[in-house]
Design a protein around this ligand. Structure first.
Ligand SMILES: [Zn+2]
Length: 369
């Protein structure tokens, strides 16, 4: 037993070092615009915000990448997704904003649309390419450092057992901006900032965002680069499959169980919320307790081919085949995904309720200048 456990810790330490040398693109749920609508379904109070004028951005936020540009409408919304055999939703760096139409300045939109479309916005480059912490190299760069959170008393490098990542702070940051906008009667930006905050809350429902890595992904022949690549392969294949399945469900094209994943998003119980940051911390802790089963079921269902030192993406053809597979591995994988989506829905719904009670139900005022 002792020998085994020493090997295990050794493996984990190697993997931590691996992460340091190989910061890659940070993931997220691949399509927040598909995750958000089922969560909003039960929130009837949003119905009163049907006609919101689109207003210009008049805020200052020095925490964003200076190259990040505020976008109101997507000129490419109608164009087809890039074709070929690339699984497009995997690629957060493509610059394409899948599922995003937006509304032009001076136009009118609704709270539901703002929350849905802009729950993707923090993945559009605002958190990339920054130097925010020495330890961001262990979390795939500044975006990963801001979108993930490893809870206290879990093992990760460089600071094992200490909390790592600042997604709790990022959610709180944008909730503060939402309050600022609300006080100025700027409902458009109030909801857009809420959508940004919602992104960080949702991201923490993705199990791969709450645990650094696993000995399951070690590639013995190339322990450093290979293991890092295998971990990324599973991380992105997991997100891609979930997005693919949610897209199929939204289009009414999912076989076998038509709304199996999207319904999980509406199942979550309301959690007590004292602050956005504490909510994220408690969700991360809960998720990290189940992450081993997620890793295991990813390998069994998605297949061994991702356990590779080479980049292996989940291609559309393969995702299509997996949609129709019936097997014990499928059942186990679905159970883990639904658990994560339930947690995501519960956290996001609770966050929005908290925002309603602490912010939107308060009378707006113009702050003294
Ligand atoms: Zn993200």
């Amino acid at each position: 037993m002792r020998h085994q456990s020493a090997g295990r810790w050794g493996g984990i330490i190697i993997l931590g070092v691996v992460w340091w040398f190989n910061p890659g693109a940070a993931g997220a749920w691949a399509r927040h615009d598909l995750i958000t609508p089922p969560i909003l379904e039960g929130l009837d109070w949003l119905d009163q915000y049907e006609q919101i004028p689109v207003t210009p951005y008049r805020y200052r936020d020095d925490t964003l990448n200076p190259k990040f540009k505020v976008v109101y409408a997507n000129p490419e919304a109608e164009s087809a997704f890039p074709g070929g055999d690339r699984f497009v939703w995997y690629d957060l760096d493509s610059g394409r904003k899948y599922g995003f139409r937006g509304a032009p300045l001076g136009g009118v939109t609704s709270a539901r649309r703002i929350l849905t479309e802009y729950s993707n916005e923090p993945d559009w480059g605002m958190d990339k390419g920054l130097s925010v912490s020495w330890s961001q190299g262990f979390m795939a760069g500044s975006q990963g450092f801001r979108h993930m959170y490893y809870p206290a008393f879990t093992f990760h490098l460089p600071y094992p057992f200490f909390p790592q990542g600042i997604s709790p702070e990022r959610a709180a940051h944008f909730l503060d901006y939402a309050r600022q906008a609300y006080l100025q009667h700027d409902l458009y930006w109030c909801f857009r900032f809420l959508a940004r905050a919602l992104h960080y809350v949702q991201d923490i429902g993705q199990p791969y965002h709450t645990y650094q890595t696993s000995i399951r992904f070690i590639v013995l022949s190339r322990p450093i680069a290979g293991t890092t690549q295998a971990t990324k392969n599973y991380h992105f294949a997991y997100e891609s499959f979930v997005a693919y399945r949610l897209a199929a469900e939204a289009a009414g094209k999912a076989p076998l169980t038509p709304h199996y994943y999207s319904l999980a998003l509406t199942d979550g119980v309301r959690r007590p919320v004292d602050s956005a940051a504490d909510l994220i911390k408690s969700v991360a802790r809960e998720n990290s307790c189940h992450v081993g089963k997620t890793f295991k079921s990813s390998v069994r269902f998605l297949g061994e081919k991702f356990h590779s030192a080479q980049e292996v993406r989940l291609l559309q053809k393969e995702a299509e085949r997996l949609l129709r597979v019936k097997s014990p591995a499928r059942k186990e994988f679905d159970q883990q995904v639904r658990r994560a989506l339930q947690l995501t829905g519960s956290a996001a719904g609770s966050f929005l309720e908290y925002a309603r009670q602490t912010l939107l139900e308060q009378p707006p005022q113009v702050p003294p200048k």
